[in-house]
Design a protein around this ligand. Structure first.
Ligand SMILES: Cc1cc2nc3c(=O)[nH]c(=O)nc-3n(C[C@H](O)[C@H](O)[C@H](O)COP(=O)(O)OP(=O)(O)OC[C@H]3O[C@@H](n4cnc5c(N)ncnc54)[C@H](O)[C@@H]3O)c2cc1C
Length: 387
C-alpha cells in the first residue's frame, strides 16, 4: 500500500531537480537569504501539489495526515535536502492558531493563501522592552471608524521583508498593564503605515528586522479572539512554536551531524578521543530527541517532559555548532571567497536557537513552575518576601 511518505518521495524525486536543483540543502535558518524568490515559487509548487497543511481539516484541504505522517514527511523532505520553507510561520504557527481560535471568516480569508504557498507571514511579538517579558508590549491599537489603528514598534521580526502579513500583539485597553487588555491582530504589511528596517546580523544576513507602525490599519474583523484575549491567543501560538513547529528544522539536524562527522573523518579530527566522545553524545541525544518527539505527539495530554523539548533541542543544536567549529579547527575562523561555509553558518546561527521562542532561562522557569509545580518567580513590580 502506498503511503503519504512514498507519494512525497516520488514527488520530490520528480520535482526537486532542474531549475530547483540549486535549492537543495539551502535556505535553512542562518541561510535565509538563499534564493528567496525561487524558494517562494517552490513553496507555491508544494502548495499546488497539496503538500502544505496536510493535517488541517478536510474543508481547508487537509489530507487526514497524522502526527506520525507529519514527522515522516519532514524526515523525507530533509533527506532530499528540501530547501528551508519560507511559509513555515504561516503553516505551523498561525494556521493552527486560526483553526483553534479564529472565526470562520478569518479561516476562509487567510488559510487558502498559506495552503497554496502564496502568502507569507511573520511574527510581531517582541519589542525593545518586551522580549522575555512579552506582557510588557507597548504597541497600541485603537478601534476607529470600523478599523484598528496601530502605533508602535516591533523588533527581531524574522522574514518581515519577505512576508505579506504580520500577526501583532498590541495593547488595546488604555491604562492596562501586563497581560491584560491585549489584542492579537492580523495586519497587511504592504501599506503606508508600516516601515520595515532590516537588522544586519553577525552571520552577514538580515533574517530579522525592525517593524514600525504609524497609524497602520487592519479591518475590525482582523482580531483573533476578543479585546483582552490577546495574551491567551499569543500563548497558544507560542506553544506551537516551542512544540511541533520545529519538526522540519529538527529533521535537518541529522544532515548537519552527518556533515560534521564526514569532515571529522576527512581532516583527522575523528582521531581525537574528546571529539569522538562529543560526536557519540550528539548522535545519542539526537535519537533521544526523535523518540521524545514521537512520544509527545502520540499523547493528547501534556506531560511535564513536554516542557523540556525546546530547551533540549536548542541546546543540542548550539552544542553541535560548537562541535562543528572544533572539528573545523583553525579553518573555522577563515572565510573563503567572502562566504561563510555551511558549518560556519551552523555555528553562528545556532547561537540564536537558545534565544528565540523563549530563552533557555525562560524555559527553565517554565519547567520549574509548570512541570515541577514550584512557586512562581516574582514578576516585575512584586515584592520579594523572605519566608
Ligand atoms: C534569530 C531570532 C529570531 C527571532 N525572531 C522573532 C520573530 O520573528 N518575532 C518576534 O516577535 N521575536 C523574534 N525574536 C525575538 C526573541 O523572541 C527574543 O529575543 C527573546 O524572547 C528574548 O528577548 P530579548 O531579546 O528582549 O532578551 P531579554 O528578554 O532582554 O533577555 C535578556 C537576558 O535576560 C534573561 N532573562 C530575562 N528575563 C528573565 C527571567 N525572568 N529569569 C531569568 N532570566 C531572564 C534572558 O534569558 C536573556 O538571557 C527572535 C530572536 C532571534 C534571536
Amino acid at each position: 500500500m502506498s503511503t503519504l511518505r512514498d507519494e512525497f518521495r516520488d514527488w520530490l524525486n520528480d520535482n526537486l531537480k532542474g531549475e530547483y536543483e540549486c535549492l537543495r540543502w539551502r535556505g535553512m535558518p542562518g541561510d535565509d537569504e538563499a534564493y528567496p524568490e525561487l524558494r517562494k515559487i517552490w513553496e507555491a509548487k508544494l502548495g499546488e501539489a497539496g503538500w502544505i497543511g496536510l493535517d488541517w481539516p478536510s474543508e481547508y484541504g487537509g489530507r487526514g495526515a497524522s502526527d506520525a505522517d507529519i514527522i515522516e514527511l519532514a524526515e523525507e523532505y530533509a533527506e532530499h535536502g528540501g530547501p528551508g520553507r519560507c511559509g513555515h510561520i504561516g503553516e505551523t504557527l498561525l494556521a493552527p492558531t486560526l483553526l483553534a481560535y479564529g472565526t470562520k471568516e478569518q479561516q476562509d480569508k487567510y488559510l487558502p493563501g498559506i495552503k497554496n504557498g502564496t502568502e507569507f507571514w511573520c511574527q510581531g511579538y517582541s519589542e525593545p522592552g518586551a522580549g522575555s517579558d512579552l506582557a510588557n508590549v507597548k504597541t497600541k491599537a485603537r478601534l476607529e471608524n470600523g478599523e484598528w489603528i496601530i502605533d508602535g514598534q516591533k523588533i527581531w521580526t524574522s522574514l518581515a521583508l519577505e512576508s505579506d502579513y504580520i500577526f501583532v500583539v498590541a495593547r488595546a485597553e488604555p491604562g492596562s498593564v501586563g497581560n491584560k487588555g491585549l489584542v492579537f491582530l492580523l495586519v497587511k504589511l504592504d501599506q503606508p503605515g508600516v516601515d520595515i528596517r532590516p537588522i544586519k546580523q553577525m552571520s552577514g544576513s538580515s533574517e530579522f528586522n525592525e517593524v514600525y507602525f504609524t497609524e497602520a490599519k487592519c479591518a475590525e474583523g482582523d482580531i483573533v479572539g476578543k479585546v483582552g484575549d490577546g495574551w491567551r491567543v499569543a500563548m497558544a501560538l507560542l506553544a506551537f512554536e516551542r512544540g511541533t513547529s520545529t519538526i522540519g528544522q529538527q529533521m535537518t539536524f541529522k544532515n548537519e551531524l552527518n556533515a560534521v562527522i564526514k569532515l571529522a573523518k576527512q581532516n583527522g579530527a575523528a582521531n581525537d578521543p574528546l571529539i569522538r566522545t562529543r560526536i557519540a553524545k550528539a548522535y545519542t541525544e539526537l535519537q533521544i530527541m526523535k523518540f521524545g518527539f514521537r512520544r509527545t505527539l502520540s499523547s493528547d495530554q501534556m506531560s511535564g517532559a513536554d516542557f523540556t523539548s525546546k530547551i533540549f533541542w536548542s541546546t543540542w543544536h548550539r552544542n553541535l555548532g560548537e562541535l562543528a567549529a572544533d572539528v573545523m579547527g583553525a579553518s573555522a575562523e577563515i572565510i573563503n571567497e567572502g562566504e561563510f561555509s555551511a558549518l560556519q553558518k551552523l555555528f553562528l546561527y545556532s547561537r540564536a536557537d537558545t534565544i528565540y521562542g523563549g530563552t533557555n532561562q525562560i524555559q527553565r522557569n517554565i519547567i520549574a513552575e509548570r512541570a515541577l509545580g514550584m512557586p512562581r518567580e516574582p514578576r516585575g513590580g512584586q515584592m520579594v518576601t523572605k519566608g
